[in-house]
Design a binder for this molecule. Structure first.
Ligand code: ADP
Ligand code: TRP
Length: 343
């Protein structure tokens, strides 16, 4: 009885903070949906979630901002269309939270030129845009650390390519704590569940990506006919020559897409046909195309409705900014106190 009473009167456990950012540098695609957004939607029930559009980060590689505003609106709308609930999570735009910029300034004093120059993504960008090696590009990982630490996030869902940045964020946090006193927990990469789906490009070359072959990438904004055309053009071959053969990558990918969008019966039928060497890829793609159209359409239409409703968009963005700023300013107060800058 005593235990029960104690249990009932103790305060609710604080939910852990999950945070992730996405750069508004292109159209979101199926890979983003199954590798990221679908998991965000599941996380929102269990964690205290912050998801944001990293528009400052975009400036390091995309100085022309004509398209940027629309991309920001689209990313917000598509995230909501995929099931993120702005009431449950803080869904915001990075540049609406000036506290991040101040923390970035302090963290810059703890980041060394040598380590920044050694970062893989920096070296890659120097190779890709030798005419614009700006300081923002060099300090990209510092800004990313500020994004994370400003909410004292501990779980950061990101792909493999971001792990080095995350390790740097941990280093900056540790240096800050060591020099000024304990303020930040150490953020860790976070895989939600075990089944992280990787979606390959429909031409069989690498993963589906914003910057790769557009005809081999299915975007959440694609019209029905574009989806059909892309699926029908997906790479196949003349079919298996022996029963129960191992599937080549590009065929496995079609089955992955089918498992995600078609009924279990449909998948079982084509698995059976494959294993018995009677599969007709034309028929499989026709079926997949229709199921994919039915999957993409509601997301596309909902995202378009939100993008056309400027009032709603503004409300979502403002609501996100308020939540993010409340958390950010609380952290910044502690930071200023720790470094004796609270006058
Ligand atoms: P892109 O490679 O298209 O530029 P990002 O690097 O911005 O995409 O990735 C945003 C999120 O989407 C990351 O969490 C990443 O792991 C996920 N993601 C991107 N492409 C795929 C894919 N083809 N399959 C699974 N997840 C992906
Ligand atoms: N650098 C990330 C990317 O390119 C985007 C990003 C910016 C981010 N700030 C972040 C991701 C903070 C996670 C946490 O995908």
């Amino acid at each position: 009885m005593l235990h029960r009473a104690l249990f009932l009167s103790s305060p609710p456990m604080q939910k852990e903070v999950v945070l992730s950012g996405i750069r508004p540098t292109g159209f979101l695609h199926l890979g983003n949906y199954f590798g990221a957004m679908r998991n965000y939607v599941r996380m929102q029930e269990e964690y205290n979630c912050y998801f944001f559009v990293a528009n400052w980060h975009s400036l390091t590689t995309h100085p022309d901002t004509k398209e940027l505003q629309n991309s920001v609106y689209r990313v917000i709308a598509e995230n909501v269309a995929c099931g993120l609930d702005p009431e449950k999570v803080a869904l915001y735009v990075q540049s609406d939270v000036p506290e991040i910029a101040e923390l970035y300034l302090y963290l810059n004093m703890l980041a060394y030129k040598g380590e920044l120059e050694k970062t893989t993504t920096f070296k890659e960008k120097v190779r890709l845009q030798p005419e614009n090696v700006n300081a923002g590009l060099l300090t990209y990982p510092v800004l990313m650390a500020a994004d994370i630490l400003i909410h004292r996030a501990v779980k950061v869902p990101v792909g493999k390519d971001q792990e080095q940045h995350l390790e740097m964020a941990r280093n900056f946090a540790e240096r800050f704590n060591h020099r000024y006193g304990e303020v930040f927990p150490a953020p860790q990469a976070f895989n939600f569940g075990s089944e992280l789906v990787k979606i390959m490009s429909l031409d069989g070359n690498g993963k589906m990506s914003k910057s790769e072959n557009q005809m081999a990438t299915i975007y959440l904004a694609d019209e029905d006919d574009a989806v059909r055309k892309k699926i029908m053009k997906a790479k196949t071959d003349s079919g298996p020559t022996e029963p129960n053969a191992v599937k080549p990558d590009y065929i496995e990918n079609l089955f992955t897409l089918m498992k995600i969008t078609s009924s279990a019966d449909t998948v079982a039928k084509f698995e059976h046909d494959f294993n018995n060497c009677v599969i007709r890829y034309g028929d499989m793609k026709k079926q997949l195309a229709e199921d994919m159209v039915n999957f993409i359409r509601p997301i596309r239409e909902k995202a378009a409705d939100i993008q056309n409703n400027k009032e709603l968009l503004a409300k979502i963005i403002q609501q996100g900014a308020e939540k993010a700023r409340a958390s950010a300013s609380a952290t910044l107060q502690q930071v200023r106190k720790a470094i004796n800058m609270n006058y």
